[in-house]
Design a binder for this molecule. Structure first.
Ligand SMILES: [Zn+2]
Length: 255
């Protein structure tokens, strides 16, 4: 059986990949990573992102990331709607709440996040969530808004109980390089205890380097190592893990 892995969160449009993007994609494909979801961060980046995704196996998402709050304008919500109506976008993201970073206005984050959740609901799209130290607030908003297609909680960092709540709401948990660190005890317990179809894989390239690769930009080919660690923790084959997580991602995002 041939293994096909899907990187559900990688910032392939970022400038750090200029000049070696094609090689990086070829390397990833030769390590069985065949599809890539590229989430948006700021409105200024959306045109570049859509252009980058104009290639086989690359899928765009558009959204405004909470950590770039000072760059977002209310008028860009209309631009988001326009681009969603004109392009084959697979999700609204990455959006969310970051209460870990100090001095990011929490009220403004909630306002921007809520508007984008409403847009996802209107366009019947799933969402790609960035959530740090704000899982209960995000769960509350998701319960109120009731998105039809759920989404992915990227780089999952919450508790097992919060994970169960996300799953009840139709969400999947994005698992990446953090899992490769021996100290990731809580995350490792979560991937061992919850149903396998609750998970999808991601690298968050160029961020979140795996154990052993610190100090260099992360890249999608490392997804295979994430998958190997995950399969070993579950006591299943790499083939089985790839098959299940890729089927979950394809179904959720309609890839
Ligand atoms: Zn990201």
């Amino acid at each position: 059986m041939s293994i096909q892995l899907i990187d559900t969160h990688c910032h392939l449009d970022f400038e750090v990949f200029d000049g070696w993007r094609e090689r990086l994609l070829a390397d990833a494909r030769s390590d069985n990573v065949t599809r890539f979801v590229v989430p948006g961060v700021t409105a200024d980046d959306w045109p570049r992102l859509l252009a980058t995704c104009d290639a086989k196996g690359l899928y765009p998402a558009l959204g405004m990331h909470p950590c770039f709050l000072d760059q977002h304008k209310a008028s860009q919500l209309e631009q988001l709607k326009l681009l969603l109506s004109l392009n084959p976008v697979v999700a609204v993201g990455e959006i969310g709440l970051d209460f870990f970073v100090p001095n990011l206005d929490q009220e403004k984050q909630i306002e921007l996040f809520t508007r984008q959740l409403e847009i996802a609901k209107e366009f019947q799209l799933p969402v790609l969530l960035h959530v740090r130290k704000a899982h209960d607030q995000v769960l509350k908003l998701l319960r109120q808004l009731k998105l039809a297609r759920g989404g992915i909680v990227h780089a999952y960092s919450g508790s097992e109980q919060q994970a169960e709540h996300y799953i009840e709401l139709g969400f999947k948990l994005g698992i990446g390089g953090s899992l490769t660190y021996d100290r990731a005890k809580k995350l490792r317990r979560i991937v061992m205890n919850l149903p396998l179809d609750a998970f999808v894989l991601e690298t968050d390239a160029p961020d979140i380097p795996l154990a052993g690769y610190r100090g260099e930009p992360n890249q999608p080919k490392r997804l295979r190592e994430v998958a190997e660690v995950f399969a070993e923790l579950r006591g299943i084959s790499l083939e089985e893990l790839a098959q299940c997580t890729s089927a979950t991602a394809r179904k959720l995002l309609r890839l």
